[in-house]
Design a binder for this molecule. Structure first.
Ligand code: NDP
Ligand SMILES: CC(C)CCC[C@@H](C)[C@H]1CC[C@H]2C3=C(CC[C@]12C)[C@@]1(C)CCC(=O)[C@@H](C)[C@@H]1CC3
Length: 334
């Protein structure tokens, strides 16, 4: 049977570049683009079919920020495919970002400049809000919707003799300092993006602890700093035009400025080729690009621990129960 690969947020940026790269790698794939906007999904499919006319590309309507949509989409996946070999949890948002310009210029002329461009630590805040499920939107989109999707698709992930890979697009902006178990949705802070990415690192570790025996292997990657809709949304285009020469210059001293979606998808593509059993569940796999433009993947140990990972996993299972109950009650009322 052909390999089934499902990619969330596949219609643009890193997700779309990954799809291009996977199709160049393996023409036999069954690729499923899981997107919230079907117009953009159709456009992505057409682009993929232009470069790979024989490819098998399916579309799936999925809004990861809505629990109802995730449950519906998971049902559809179960009816279409007997198993999922690779599940890329890539969709992500960073709403209303604000850059601390003073901190940026201070960082620019300090010894921390490389780290600043790699992690944006202390530079970025966002304004989040509640979604229709009553959850913080960034948490719901970047983490919880994906968690629910994995839970729903468990029967299709890791079947007898066929291990499956789950890959989270995390970030080097995943910072322990932004995350708290007591406020795991990040209701009260101003770094929901950072918190949600740190949470995905913790959940990936927990998934491995609970599901490796069943053949489900989870990994996290950081694509580096990539110019996509997400990053273009951070500053007006005028600022980016000014900043681009600095970025290309800094790229000679650091390998984390991958800049193009193709480069950013390096670690995602690399993981596709690895034996799941050979992967390190405590490592984040970084897409890196050398000054000469060569791409490679490097594992770096994450700043996570088993206790926090297990505690968060437990809290997400609890929240899952609440959300499922809410959906059932609403359906009964209608
Ligand atoms: N760019 C960068 O420098 C970095 C990016 N990342 C991560 O990479 C991932 C991909 O982002 P990137 O390619 O940069 O940005 P893009 O904005 O280009 O891609 C994000 C994708 O996620 C989709 N998406 C957003 N919300 C939802 C939702 N509720 N349901 C379904 N799909 C959704 C978007 O769809 P739509 O077109 O409908 O909005 C889009 O396809 C994200 O998780 C991001 O956090 C991590 C580190 C660095
Ligand atoms: C003149 C301006 C005020 C300059 C501001 C520069 C910033 C906009 C960038 C410097 C480091 C960048 C960065 C990211 C976004 C843009 C910057 C803050 C990310 C947070 C994007 C998403 C990620 O997940 C991270 C890996 C990126 C880290 C670096």
């Amino acid at each position: 049977m052909e390999k089934v690969v499902l990619v969330t947020g596949a219609n643009s940026g890193i997700g779309l570049a990954l799809c291009e790269r996977l199709l160049s790698q393996d023409g036999e794939l069954r690729l499923c683009l899981a997107c919230r906007n079907m117009g953009r999904a159709e456009a992505a499919k057409s682009a993929l079919l232009t470069s790979h006319p024989q490819a098998r590309v399916d579309l799936l309507h999925l809004d990861v920020g809505s629990a109802r949509s995730v449950l519906r989409a998971a049902q559809e996946v179960k009816s279409r495919y007997p198993r999922v070999d690779h599940l890329y949890l890539n969709a992500g948002i960073m709403p209303n970002p604000k850059v601390d310009i003073k901190a940026f210029f201070k960082g620019l002329f300090s010894s921390n400049v490389i780290n600043m461009f790699a992690t944006a630590e202390g530079l970025l805040t966002q304004q989040d809000h509640l979604n229709s499920d009553g959850l913080q939107e960034v948490f719901a989109t970047n983490l919880f919707g994906h968690f629910l999707l994995v839970r729903e698709l468990e029967p299709l992930l890791g079947q007898e003799g066929h291990p499956s890979k789950v890959v989270w697009t995390s970030s080097s902006n995943a910072l322990r300092s932004a995350f708290s178990l007591e406020d795991f949705q990040h209701r009260s802070g101003t770094e929901p993006y950072s918190s949600s990415k740190y949470a995905s690192d913790l959940v990936s570790l927990a998934l491995n602890r609970h599901h490796n025996a069943q053949g489900l292997f989870s990994s996290v990657i950081c694509p580096g700093l990539v110019m996509t809709n997400l990053t273009y949304g951070i500053l007006p285009s005028f600022f980016w035009s000014l900043l681009m020469p600095i970025m290309w210059f800094i790229r000679m001293f650091t390998n984390t400025l991958t800049l193009t979606p193709y480069n950013g998808a390096e670690a995602l593509n690399w993981l596709f080729l690895q034996k799941p059993e050979s992967l390190d569940s405590r490592a984040k796999y970084h897409s890196l690009t050398s000054g000469l433009g060569n791409n490679y993947t490097q594992p770096r140990q994450m700043d996570i621990d088993d206790e926090t990972s297990e505690a968060l996993y437990g809290k997400l299972l609890e929240l899952e129960k609440v959300v499922r109950r809410q959906i059932t009650e609403e359906a009964e009322r209608q």
